[in-house]
Design a binder for this molecule. Sequence first.
Ligand code: ZN
Length: 136
Amino acid sequence: MKKNKLPSRCENFSEWYNQMVIKAELADYAPVRGCMVVRPYRWALWENIQSSPYSQALDYRQAHTHSPSDYNSLIEALKNGWGFSLWCGSAECEAKVKEDTKATTRCIPLNQPGEEGNCIVYGKPAKLKVYFARAY
Ligand SMILES: [Zn+2]
């Protein structure tokens, strides 16, 4: 490998990252083996580099997440995004959503909003609020 050429991210992500931050003068090796130090005034730049893609992804997710109130609205929401709805947890309901939209439950948030109501599919009692979406 040439000394001035970065390895590709695919072949060695860790080495690519370390060399990239050194060459960009964002950080340098510390006197303690295995440690790096962030150079002065680089932290704000570093945070901007990281936060921009994160905030873009968050904005995209928020713009494409819907809270449908009935099954037909869920089907509509799943054409171009995610549906955040109450679900009873049954495989039968998930299979119905998959049959009608090709979407499945993608995420069951650990921090549930604490809502109770009826499952968006067949109306059984439900406590879980989940994200339905199509796989990529
Ligand atoms: Zn259900």
